[in-house]
Design a protein around this ligand. Sequence first.
Ligand SMILES: *Cc1c(COP(=O)(O)O)cnc(C)c1O
Length: 371
Amino acid sequence: MLLLIPGPVQTRPEVRACMAEDIAPWDEDFRAEYAAMRPRIVKIAGGVEGQHVSLPLPGCGHMIIESAIRTFVPAGAKLLVVRNGGYAERLARLAETAGRVVVALDGPDDVPMSPERLAQALAENPDCGHVALVVSETGTGIVNDPNILGPVIAQAGRRMICDAVSGFGALPFSLAAHPECDVVVFTSNKCLEGLPGFGFAVAPIVRLEACRGQAGSWVMDLADVYDHALKNGFGSFRFTPAVQALRAFGKAMEIYEAEGGQPARFARYSRNRDVMYAGLKALGFTPYVAPEHQGPIIVNVYQPVDPNWSLEVFQRKMKARGVILSDFSSTKKPSMRFGCIGAIGEEEIRFALKQAEAVLAEMGVGQRAAA
Ligand SMILES: *Cc1c(COP(=O)(O)O)cnc(C)c1O
């Protein structure tokens, strides 16, 4: 089966094979294996060993995002959320539920947040100490680039929290170049092409030390993850981890490094995106995002207005032909997403486009444009 969803992504057989063994997480051999992964994670984030630290936490992306918010934003404090998409809305909900006060900077969901608007919002809200942003908005495919917005946040003397879940490892980012960044978070199962089960935060050590004890949660306190490692070693866990997923992530990092790291992955996904974007347009679909704002992670198109159209039927028929697509959209106007990430290349994208063409013909969907 070919997964064309924005996570969990298609993985390589060597990665999946790591799940086939029983492992004791506290065994000394596995401790060494895990401890060796942590500096590699820091490196992928462009951090500096000794200044930044990786903080793995079993669970999904939402869990590591909430952990980041809880750890760095004090309870009751205000957080400016760049809210221009479905995942940003989720981030805002996580923050509010955790008792942080969200000040939303809303924007259209088909263009990245502009640095000018962010600067203005920061000037109007001097009491927002942090800005949280979703880097690659998985609902639409736009990218709020921290390399553009980070300097605005630094200029205003505020701190940045990056939900980099969907693009981490593929989009260029270096923690060392962003002293305003408190934390960048991501998961095992997106652009690093591992299996689901782990979230990761990478953060400056000085900030963790300054933020001890304010998470209001033991499980989600990243400062406690750090303190535990200091006390018990960087190969130790606080609680039972998704240990096979972690081993698989180690294998996935090996493959990532061998492929050529971030530049290579960015290039492969960009190529996937180009083929997908052009192919969907050629089929008659209307892209949700203009080419100049289209990121390399997912391509989103409007659902056709044709009376024969049904996302459910399309999704089911594509699955019968070996291609799994998302069966929901998170945009206000009905759309659908095609993932460009995972252990796939342009042949797989072309295969999926061919199946889509056949399915549309079978369904009798002639009117494929948005309106
Ligand atoms: C996938 C994703 C998440 C996390 O999703 P989970 O289902 O909790 O793993 C968060 N933010 C973005 C931008 C994502 O793409």
